[in-house]
Design a protein around this ligand. Structure first.
Ligand code: KPL
Length: 302
C-alpha cells in the first residue's frame, strides 16, 4: 500500500472542498490547503463546518503554496471545472510525478488536459452526491449524505485503490469503481437536466417535480449519446433517476442556480457544453440542450 495515504492536500476550498476537508480531518487525516494563485490568505486559517447532525466543528489545516509542491503526497482538486487548468498549471514540473491527482467537480472535460500536463502522475476521478453549502469564506455545512466513488483514469492510478477505504472512513459512503466514467456520465445527466432548468427559473430543485415533461424530453434527447458511451437504461430509468435527485434535494438550489444568482461564471461549458461537443462528434442533434446552453450563456454574460 502506498505510503502517506493520510496526508491530503486540497486545491480549491468551495462548498464541497470545505466539507471534505472537515470530514477528512475529523477521521484523523492530515489536511493541507493549497493555493496556487496569489490570493491573500489570513493566517492562521480556521475552518468551521457543521455536520449532518448540526454539530459544529473547527480545525486548522496547514496552508501550502506552489513552492511547497514537492511535499504534496496526495492532491485532491476540488475547484470548479473551469478553474482546474489555471489552478494546476503552476504545479507543472513541480508536483512529484508519483503524487496521485484526484479530480472532483461537476461536469466533464478536464481530464484530457490534466493527462497531458501531468503524464506520469496517477490520475483518479471522483464523483459524489454529497450536498454541501458554503456559509462564508471559511464556513461550510454538510447538507446531504450521498455516495462517493473514485476510480482510475490511467494505469498508474490502479495502485491507489486503498484510497477508497480511507475515504470510506471519512464519508457516509465511498467506494472504488473501475467504471468511473459511467459514474461521471450518470452525474452529468443529472446536472445537465437539473442545473440549467433551475438556473433559468431561479427555483429550487424540487420545482422540477412539477415539470416532469421537460425533464423527460431532455432525458430522451440524451439517450442515443448515453448508449454510445455504454450506458444502458431506458427513458423511464433516466427520467426517474433525475426526478429522484430532484426529490432528494428538493429544498436545495442547484450549484448553477447559485453561481448565476451570485454573478459567478457557471459550469455550463463542462456540463451541457461537454454533452454538445460529444454529440457533435457522434453527429447527433440535441436541440433542447442546445437551447439551454444558449440561454445560460446569455444569462451568464451581462
Ligand atoms: O450536483 C448538483 C448541483 O447542484 O450541482 C445537484 C445534484 C443537482 C444537486 O443540487
Amino acid at each position: 500500500m502506498p505510503r502517506h495515504l493520510d496526508h491530503w492536500t486540497l486545491l480549491g476550498c468551495g462548498a464541497l472542498g470545505g466539507v471534505l476537508a472537515g470530514l477528512l480531518a475529523e477521521a484523523g487525516n492530515q489536511v493541507s490547503l493549497l493555493r496556487t494563485n496569489d490570493a491573500e490568505v489570513r493566517l492562521p486559517l480556521q475552518l468551521s463546518w457543521w455536520d449532518l447532525q448540526g454539530h459544529e466543528h473547527h480545525f486548522e489545516p496547514d496552508f501550502l503554496q506552489t513552492k511547497d509542491a514537492a511535499n504534496i503526497r496526495l492532491l485532491l482538486v476540488t475547484t470548479k471545472a473551469y478553474q482546474v487548468q489555471s489552478a494546476l498549471e503552476p504545479l507543472i514540473g513541480q508536483l512529484p510525478s508519483a503524487t496521485p491527482i484526484l479530480l472532483l467537480h461537476n461536469g466533464m472535460g478536464t481530464e484530457s488536459w490534466v493527462r497531458r500536463a501531468f503524464p506520469d502522475n496517477p490520475l483518479l476521478l471522483m464523483v459524489t452526491s454529497n450536498g454541501a453549502l458554503r456559509l462564508g469564506s471559511e464556513a461550510f455545512r454538510h447538507t446531504g449524505a450521498g455516495e462517493t466513488w473514485i476510480g482510475p483514469a490511467n494505469a498508474a492510478a490502479r495502485a491507489w485503490q486503498p484510497l477508497a477505504e480511507l475515504l470510506a472512513r471519512a464519508l457516509p459512503h465511498a467506494g472504488w469503481s473501475e467504471a468511473i466514467h459511467h459514474k461521471q456520465w450518470e452525474k452529468l445527466v443529472i446536472n445537465a437536466v437539473i442545473n440549467p432548468l433551475t438556473a433559468l427559473s431561479g427555483e429550487r430543485n424540487g420545482s422540477l417535480l412539477q415539470r416532469q415533461d421537460e425533464v423527460e424530453a431532455l432525458c430522451e434527447e440524451l439517450l442515443p449519446l448515453l448508449q454510445r458511451h455504454g450506458l444502458s437504461g431506458d427513458l423511464a430509468y433516466w427520467r426517474d433517476k433525475v426526478l429522484q435527485v430532484a426529490r432528494l434535494t428538493a429544498d436545495n438550489y442547484s450549484s448553477m442556480q447559485q453561481d448565476l444568482a451570485c454573478g459567478r461564471p457557471s459550469e455550463i461549458d463542462f456540463i451541457t457544453g461537454f454533452v454538445l461537443r460529444e454529440a457533435q462528434e457522434a453527429k447527433l442533434h440535441l436541440p433542447l440542450h442546445q437551447q439551454l446552453y444558449q440561454a445560460i450563456k446569455a444569462k451568464e454574460t451581462p
